[in-house]
Design a protein around this ligand. Structure first.
Ligand code: S3P
Length: 167
């Protein structure tokens, strides 16, 4: 089985993914870390050197590679399902779960976060809230193509596994 966790930056994909993988005896992969290792550069470096388009190409390549893995939980980058036909590739090759978290909670978490995220770097609280609202409008159509949706970040792994079935 392969599980893809998708959702906005700060929705808790990596935290939940790690917990879920541990519980289910599966491998956990954070897609941004995978991209960093494959390219020997950090995500901010990739954005700075090749722009967002260059990052999206590398992200797509990483997804193609990861789609061949088995027994793995993959926490994808927030924009990953929204470019090329990435969401179709995920749905074809695994079980895709959308972590749908309230934008106010996302903004609060992202303001606190120490992870450097090029798309929101240097934004004030108000600018961040506006940016989240705008991008979510564009991304919702992609995120909603996941067959499963979770709105509680504190959900237990058992509940997720019984929701998606075990095949
Ligand atoms: C991005 C989300 C980030 C990372 C990159 C772009 C996005 O991942 O892939 O900074 O477009 O939403 P996280 O969702 O893990 O922060």
């Amino acid at each position: 089985m392969k599980i893809y966790l998708i959702g906005y930056m700060g929705s808790g994909k990596s935290t939940l993914g790690r917990k879920l993988a541990k519980h289910a005896g599966m491998q956990f992969i954070d897609m941004d870390h995978y991209i960093e290792e494959r390219n020997c550069k950090t995500v901010p470096q990739i954005f700075a050197e090749y722009g967002e388009a260059g990052f999206r190409e590398r992200e797509r390549k990483a997804l193609e590679e990861l789609s061949d893995f088995t027994n793995v939980v993959i926490a994808t980058g927030g924009g990953a399902p929204c470019f090329f036909d990435n969401i179709d590739l995920m749905n074809r090759t695994g079980k895709t779960i959308y972590l749908n978290i309230d934008p106010k909670i996302l903004a609060a978490r992202l303001m606190q976060s120490k992870t450097e995220r090029p798309l929101i770097k240097g934004k004030s609280r108000e600018e961040l809230i506006h940016f989240i609202d705008e991008t979510l409008k564009k991304r919702d159509g992609f995120y909603s193509q996941a067959p499963y949706r979770i709105s509680r970040p504190d959900i237990e792994p058992e509940e997720i596994l019984s929701m998606i079935g075990n095949d």
